[in-house]
Design a protein around this ligand. Structure first.
Ligand code: FAD
Length: 455
């Protein structure tokens, strides 16, 4: 008999926690309990990737109606019915939540639907007061939206946590932030018929992405009708008597918006978690500090996913959760390779990226940049200005493709496939040897003969 109640106690039923719990229980026979204080599935399923992508699809249909008319279809575009969409969205999220719950339970995981906090290196306390002991504790509490101090308490101001729960679509919305969530939400809302102003205090949106990709997406947002205001920050925000908001900015403007969405970053969800009581080390941002095997400085406590602030993406959290379970309960130490992780930004058109940006690659040595920016056939035909970008960043010495950046319809799907080649270490010559698929946009990837620039 074990001296502990469980072999593993997981705090957080999101992407990383659920995978870790399931693998530890079903594949390695561990006795596992998991606490989830909100809804099973976590951010990705309940208030992140999934509802967002469904809204991207909804918004995309609006644009498709416009395109269809230009192609000759006799169609009339009505208004978007948010209430009908919300009903369907709620049903879908309920369905997914129950699948997550069922899968974890089938794997033998005991789910406790309440908050848990750490009280020691082997103990947690549940909201109902129960103390539970476990040989290992996994912190998988994710992240939470960050709202700058003066605006945090203003009634009705939204973050990505609330935006999927709106009762009605506003006529106008101020979206604050320049990250991928801000850009996606701006694009979605504008696509659904909301007049969007996106305000970002930095120089260019999508900080950290390749500069050509940044510029392409920024131009696409503007072309879509979004008022994109960079180098601009809020200086004051007040709730008006009519339920709207008066926003004053660093350009001295004072404007009214029906709704305000803060997409100004996310912070690790460690506040009040009791990690200090167990002596778990965290960085300045509150992220749990871990080694390559997701182990903290307290040997019995591990952490995976957004709470560790490595790469805040669902597939990364899942990998880390799986690797943790195999390492601790499977007897095979597995570390996650965080290099060349592909990702997408679901704007219109989408952006997809893998590997190094041009600036990162240039800082490491001589490079060649191959780039094509053009109006794809389907846009050119109807006189739309939508432009696609295909960009390869190549090491001038080894010819290896170090980075690949795409802005194009379906770029999220394209980058997944292209990422395999980049991960395998494909060279520019491998791309050149590949015969094009015609007529497609992505044939450009294998037809870029002359470098646009070398540095
Ligand atoms: P989470 O999924 O956040 O799960 C943590 C869970 O822990 C939550 O359910 C929370 O309720 C629970 N919890 C926290 N504290 C406690 C406690 N003390 N006791 C009990 N339970 C607790 N990633 C992508 O890869 N692609 C995308 O397109 C994408 N889009 C996104 C869009 C939005 C709007 C947002 C917000 C995120 C998006 N992400 C996307 C990021 C992705 O959602 C996260 O990287 C992923 O969910 C991280 O998983 P996790 O397991 O670390 O944490």
């Amino acid at each position: 008999m074990s001296a502990f109640d469980y072999d593993l106690f997981v705090i957080g039923g999101g992407s990383g926690g659920v995978r870790a719990a399931r693998i530890a229980a079903s594949e390695h026979g561990a006795k596992v309990a998991m606490a989830e204080e909100f809804r099973m599935g976590g951010t990705c399923v309940i208030r992140g990737c999934v509802p967002k992508k469904l809204m991207v699809f909804a918004a995309g249909h609006g644009a498709a109606i416009d395109d269809a008319a230009a192609y000759g279809w006799q169609v009339e575009k009505g208004r978007f019915d948010w209430t009908a969409f919300r009903k369907r969205l709620d049903a879908e999220l309920n369905r997914l939540e129950s699948i997550y719950t069922r899968n974890a339970e089938t794997a033998g995981v005991t789910i406790l639907h309440q908050r848990a906090t750490v009280t020691g290196s082997h103990t947690v306390r549940l909201a109902d007061g129960r103390e539970i002991s476990a040989k290992h504790i996994l912190i998988a509490t994710g992240g939470t939206p960050f709202v700058p101090e003066p605006y945090a308490g203003i009634e009705g101001v939204m973050t990505s946590n609330e935006v999927f729960l709106m009762d009605a679509l506003p006529a106008s919305m101020l979206v604050l932030g320049g990250g991928f969530i801000a850009c996606e939400m701006a694009g979605i809302m504008q696509g659904l018929g909301v007049q969007v102003t996106q305000m970002y205090r930095g120089e260019q949106i999508l900080r950290g992405f390749d500069s050509d990709l940044q510029e392409h997406v920024a131009a696409a947002l503007v072309q879509q009708g979004i008022a994109l205001e960079t180098h601009t920050d809020l200086t004051a925000l007040e709730r008006g008597a009519d339920g709207g908001y008066m926003a004053t900015d660093t350009q001295g403007r004072r404007r009214r918006f029906d709704a305000v969405l803060f997409a100004t970053g996310r912070v690790p969800n460690t506040r009040g978690l009791g990690l200090e009581s167990a002596g778990v080390a965290m960085d300045k941002a509150g992220a749990v500090t871990v080694d390559a095997y997701s182990q903290t400085n307290v040997p019995s406590i591990f952490a995976v996913g957004d709470v560790t602030n490595r790469i805040q993406l669902t597939p990364v959290a899942i990998r880390e959760g799986h690797a943790f379970a195999d390492t601790v309960f499977g007897g095979t130490p597995v570390s996650v390779d965080h290099s060349d992780v592909a990702s997408a930004v679901f704007t219109r058109p989408e952006a997809g990226t893998v590997g190094l940006t041009e600036a990162e690659a240039a800082a490491r040595g001589p490079i060649e940049v191959y780039m094509a920016s053009f109006r794809p056939m389907q846009s050119a035909f109807i006189g739309a200005d939508t432009k696609a970008l295909f960009k390869l960043v190549v090491c001038a010495v080894t010819r290896r493709v170090l980075g690949l950046h795409i802005v194009a319809p379906g770029a999220g799907e394209l980058i997944q496939i292209a990422a395999v080649a980049v991960k395998m270490g494909a060279t520019k010559d491998d791309f050149d040897r590949t015969v094009a698929v015609h007529p497609t946009m992505s044939e450009e990837l294998v037809l870029l003969r002359k470098p646009t620039r070398t540095t």
